[in-house]
Design a protein around this ligand. Structure first.
Ligand SMILES: Cc1ncc(COP(=O)(O)O)c(C=O)c1O
Length: 357
């Protein structure tokens, strides 16, 4: 186990013409939002003087209908980040412990630091959250357990059965947050976003977002599903106008744009497979991905990943160094369109050749 420090590593500036920059560093969608969502935003442009509905009733109703969930078990927020931070603020105090896997999403460390709580990192096996080490790391001071599934930055996933074992093995006064930000891209047969684990509990919450597959990162809309008692607490603690007017309208429209979502997901999964194959053929080590990004290990350790990063940046291709995640020999590369990934594959092919020379 390790205590964490959450300092994000500087990423620098790409070279070349900004018009040719490729932003593959934040796991955004290269396919953009649906035309329905874009129209919904445009339609709201004449009512910008109005505050948003503080309870996001229409959006929660749309989510409830779409996912078959009760509306009183839903909360919306300014990105899932804000929803998850509200959970952390409600349930952890200075001196408490917040527990997660060693290579989990960096925001969890940041939340713990902001609160004066202790981030406790459980060892992983094969860059995958290990349920046994997580459970073994629970102490009487543990208040929250975070699990991102699929996980950022490793892109690996924990099977539904393991997730259930985690839930069943935790004390009922520990809040379990299942962060399923990338759920739409997970196609493994044993994957579940985890909503079925909420029923009958007082302590399990699943967080989702419109930032990734729906392509609405700019608007900051996320949501969570949990027991009504817990959601009531969170709804009291959240800021009043916490989801803006454009975000609420766009998210409702995005839920209706089922063909756009299916298209984005299908293309991303196909391109993920192809890019994984191409990078593996170059001799790079690609972790099995269930997200819209790849976690790629470079030979020659930190100097290898740094010089690959520099070569990509010089060509205007922005990817994410993840030294701050404790993975210095890796880079995280978002899955863009086929044409975008062709540029990445070509640049990394040049890099590999330059190291062989
Ligand atoms: C695992 C994970 N959870 C949550 C988020 C935050 O998403 P949002 O844009 O909804 O705040 C991200 C963003 O990268 C993420 O990787």
């Amino acid at each position: 186990m390790h205590e964490a420090s959450a300092t994000v590593v500087p990423q620098g500036k790409p070279g070349g013409d900004p018009a040719n920059w490729l932003r593959l560093n934040a796991n955004e969608s290269s396919y953009g939002a649906s035309s329905e969502a874009r129209k919904a935003v445009a339609d709201m442009a004449n009512t910008l003087e109005r505050y948003p509905d503080p309870s996001s009733i229409a959006l929660r109703t749309a989510i409830a209908t779409h996912f078959g969930l009760p509306i009183d078990e839903l909360i919306c927020g300014n990105g899932s980040e804000a929803v998850v931070e509200t959970i952390a603020r409600c349930y952890a105090r200075p001196g408490d412990e917040i527990l997660f896997g060693r290579y989990s999403f960096i925001q969890y460390k940041i939340f713990a630091e902001r609160l004066g709580a202790t981030a406790v990192l459980a060892e992983e096996t094969g860059f995958r959250t290990d349920i046994d080490t997580l459970l073994a790391a629970v102490t009487e001071r543990t208040k929250i357990v975070f699990i991102a599934n699929p996980n950022n930055p490793t892109a690996t996933h924990v099977p539904a059965k393991e997730l259930r074992r985690l839930r069943d093995g935790l004390r009922k006064d520990i809040v379990l947050v299942i962060d399923s930000a990338y759920a739409e891209f997970a196609n493994a047969g044993d994957y579940s976003a985890g909503h079925e684990l909420v029923a009958g509990t007082q302590n399990v919450i699943v967080a989702r977002t419109f930032s990734k597959a729906y392509g609405l990162a700019a608007l900051r809309v996320g949501w969570a599903h949990g027991p009504a008692s817990l959601i009531r607490v969170l709804n009291r603690m959240k800021q009043i106008g916490n989801v803006n007017v454009l975000g609420q309208a766009a998210a409702i429209a995005a839920l209706g744009a089922v063909e756009h979502l299916a298209d984005v997901v299908a293309k991303t999964i196909t391109t993920r497979r192809r890019t994984t194959g191409a990078l593996t053929a170059l001799g790079l080590d690609v972790l099995p991905s269930q997200g819209n990004f790849l976690c790629v290990r470079f030979p020659h350790g930190v100097s290898g990943s740094r010089s690959a990063f520099d070569q990509l940046m010089a060509k205007g291709i922005m990817v994410r160094k993840i030294e701050d995640y404790g993975l210095p020999e890796f880079l995280r590369i978002s899955i863009g369109t086929d044409a975008e990934m062709d540029r990445v594959i070509a640049a990394l092919s040049d890099y590999v050749q330059s190291t062989a020379a």
